[in-house]
Design a protein around this ligand. Sequence first.
Ligand SMILES: Nc1ncnc2c1ncn2[C@@H]1O[C@H](COP(=O)(O)OP(=O)(O)O)[C@@H](O)[C@H]1O
Ligand SMILES: CCCC(=O)OP(=O)(O)O
Length: 357
Amino acid sequence: MKILAVNPGSTSTKIAVFEDERPLFEKNVALTDSQRSAFTAVLDQLDMRCALISRALSDAGFAENSFDAVVGRGGLLAPMPSGTYLVNAAMKDYLREAPRGDHASNLGAFISERFAKLSNCPAYIVDPVSVDELSDIARVSGAPEIERGSLVHALNQKAMGRRAAASLGKRYEDCRFVIAHLGTGVTMGAHDRGRIVDVIGAKADGPFSAERAGGLPVDAVVELCFSGMYTRDELRRKLLSGWGIVSYLGTRDIREVFKMAEDDARAKLILEAYVYQIAKGIGELAAALDGEIDAVILTGGMAHSDALMELVGRKVKFLGDIIVLPGENELESLAAGALRVLHGEERAKLYPTGEYA
Ligand SMILES: Nc1ncnc2c1ncn2[C@@H]1O[C@H](COP(=O)(O)OP(=O)(O)O)[C@@H](O)[C@H]1O
Ligand SMILES: CCCC(=O)OP(=O)(O)O
């Protein structure tokens, strides 16, 4: 079985071709800042990202019509059970309306369908960021009008949970982990025996990230909303990609931040604040699991930074074992999700109900 896996992220589209589980080709198709800013809405990037993917496939010698399945990272869909989903009309309609936000992963279903049509094969998404397994207690926000929900790097966090559990000689379904995904976006999950029962979300709470503010003093946000400084759309865009590290230092790259911090007091302060907020988030979710955890897992692109891992590790080592699993492993996890269905080990689901296709 030949699978094309596509992972649209904020700053790049990662693609890979697999022959069953075996990776044949992988490429990070980067976007320049001007390519990103040429479009107001993420879905408007569809043609541009598909053209870049076509070129990358053809440069690597792969025919666009030679796949048995195409699988994309799922987007900001309605809260849903985890699994492998067929791309369908209800899913695309929801993503076009984008009521939960304009996020790069919203493109996954559309890119997947575009390339699947060329091969006349199924198009899937797997474990989108909207997988919601929160416990009832985690949903209570403190304001009856507002319920807390789950937006989380479910695909990578679950894959890393499985990998860490295997390294401990256990099953993921028997472990309790706090998993921090440190990419361009940061999310964290409290994993309780196979379920992500609480999260620190991408936009709502917890640490700031490379381009997001994380949790903000809400009274100040209310003032900003009504100040006339930004329109609703501008403020939403700022929230998703215009605050965080880049708004202080002009870079999203943690390697640059470490370099700047060597001789710039402001950069040093922002770096220290970033580490401080990550550690606070991990502590919060460890408390959600009563402190009874098998390990803290640090993952995502920034977990490649030994310097960052050292600083975060120092602050959270009081919680017990720390397992560093750099990268996001999402392409392999996407392909594995498609293969489970193609091999008949699992049935594809239908959005939005999660019923079997
Ligand atoms: N080899 C590396 N060493 C240190 N940091 C890295 C390395 N590779 C990536 N990063 C960091 O990871 C971030 C991107 O993380 P990633 O999970 O790939 O992001 P995205 O959310 O855009 O998919 C970059 O901003 C960079 O700071
Ligand atoms: C919206 C939750 C997932 C997330 O933050 O993704 P990115 O890191 O790709 O922006």
